[in-house]
Design a protein around this ligand. Sequence first.
Ligand code: TXA
Ligand code: MG
Length: 347
Amino acid sequence: MKTKVYYLEDKNINTEALDEAAAVIRQGGTVIFPTETVYGLGANALDEKSVSRIFEAKGRPSDNPLIVHISNYDMLLYCIGEPLSEKAQKLMAFFWPGPLTIIFKKSKAIPNEVTAGLDTVAIRMPDDSIALSLIQKSGVPIAAPSANISGKPSPTAPEHVITDMDSRVDVILCTKSTRVGLESTVIDISGEIPIVLRPGGVTLEELRKVLGEVEVDKGLEPGSVPKSPGMKYTHYAPKAPMTIVRGNEAKVRDKILELAGKHRDKGSKVGILTVDENKENYTGYDVISIGSREDSAQAAHNLFDALREFDKLMVDIIYAEAISEEYLGLAVMNRMKKAAGFNIIEV
Ligand code: TXA
Ligand code: MG
């Protein structure tokens, strides 16, 4: 398949490329587009054949449902099969457009292929002018998972998208790297206490300010079944095996230096994922920092690129310092744990 790649300026969205991409969506094709979280791989959410092309392009298991992206509230009402609850209205008022995905009962307009047979549908309004304009011009809601090959870290920069998806989709719309850098928060508000099914760009602290009590799905930790089908897959994985070391900062440093030293002595190339404040501790290794320890937003922005960077460096093994799980740190650590296959050393 020949892929057309366009580079767009954020401010100048009224381009022929967008019109062409919108036409491709309407005709049943696939378009990769930027959002504020990660790049998405989109197709017409109302047409099962179009949606099947997404699964094909990603190599995604068909039991993993997709998020439907909308640009206005008429589209939302068309996709959902329930009246809007007070909680939903509050969330939409505070966080849309933005990195929050809300689970609703689905309407008949949404084919089973989108929801992997569930009677619910995940919906969000992205906070990106290119994404919103593409949806609006297409005139249909767009189903879109992250635009990576299944299992790889989600793409946050044009080069990630091109590496994974060139010749697998009809059109790629590129801009700069995505602002948030990891995916939206997925929330289920159907029960009395709202549950975060996937931590992401809207933090637990922000959600609690708006809704009061909010829980995180206990199924996200290993050994239990997550409520969100996609959360059960290994994911985000760099090619080299990764181990997280967590605990007292000095002990974490000593443990990583001990383990990394052993591997280096055996001739292995060791990658170390750390923060700016600690990177001097690991001279002599392939060190990547995800930014300051004090700034979880920076860590979120940098994590996926760092994981892909280790692939490029062709390291044999990776040790990663755990970061605090406050604010965006919760989502960062969720992705890091998955990337490490929950391989964590406590010190
Ligand atoms: O930021 C994002 O959310 C990005 C951009 C492109 O919008 N999209 C994204 O999609 O991360 P994807 O497919 O990689 O992740 C969708 C997640 C999966 O964990 C999936 O299981 C969950 O949302 N999901 C989708 N529909 C659901 C439903 N009806 N019930 C529970 N979880 C659902
Ligand atoms: Mg994904």
